[in-house]
Design a binder for this molecule. Sequence first.
Ligand code: ZN
Length: 258
Amino acid sequence: MQKGGTSMKLIIAAAIVIFSVIKYFSSSEVNEITGEKQYISLTKEDEIAMGINSAPQMAQEFGGLSRNAQYQELVKRVGAKVVNNSDAHKTNYPFQFYVLADNRTVNAFALPGGPIFITEALLTRLQNEDQLAGVLGHEVGHVIARHSAEQMSKQELSQGISGAAGVAAGDANSAYYAQVVANMVNMKYGRDDELESDDLGVRFMIQAGYNPEALIGVMDILEEASGGSQVPEFQSTHPSPSNRREKIKAAIEKYRNQ
Ligand SMILES: [Zn+2]
C-alpha cells in the first residue's frame, strides 16, 4: 500500500512536470524586434492590460508621481522621441513615460506593455538629454524584449516543477531546493535581460539621433549613486557596471556599422 502510494505520487509528479514543460514550449513565438524565439504564455494584450492596471500601484510605491511639470514634460518628450524615431515604434505597445516623486531611490523601471518610470533621484543626477534617452531606451528595451512576460512564463514553468518535486518527496525540503533552483534560473536570465536591454537601448538611441556613448555615462552615475555596490533596478541579478560598459561599447560598434 505504502509502495503503491509512492509510485502514484511519482506519476502525478511526472505528469505535472510534463504538463508544465509542454505548456511552456508550445507557447513559442519570434520577437519582431529582437528576432529571438521566446516562450511566453501571456498575449501582448494581457501584458498591456497588466501594465496599465498595475501602474498606479507601482507609482504609489515610490511616493506617487512627481509634481514637477517640467520633469514630466521632459521625460515624455525624450521618451516619445526615442520610441517614434526607432524600431520601437514598430511594436504597438502604448508607451507612457512618468517621473516618480521619490528623490532618494536612484531607479528606473518598466512595467509589461509600456508604462515606464524614472525617479526624481535618477533624473536629477543625469547630466544631459542623451543620458536620459539612454535610461528610457534601456527601459523601452525591457518592454519590447518582453522580459517580464518571459519571466512570468518561466515562473509558471518552475512553479509546476517545484510543486511536483514537493509532491514526489512528500516534504518541504525538496520544494525549497526546487525553488532555489527556479530562482537561479530566473537570476541567470535576469543578467542576460539587462545586457539585451542595454543593447536595444543603444540601437534605439542611434536610430533616434542620440549619442549612444551617453549610456556609458549612465553606468558611472549608477555606480557612484550606489557607492560602488549595486543600485535597485541594477540589483543582485544585474551584471557589474564594468561588464555592462564593455557590452555597451560593443553594441555601439555593431549598430554604428549597420
Ligand atoms: Zn534594466
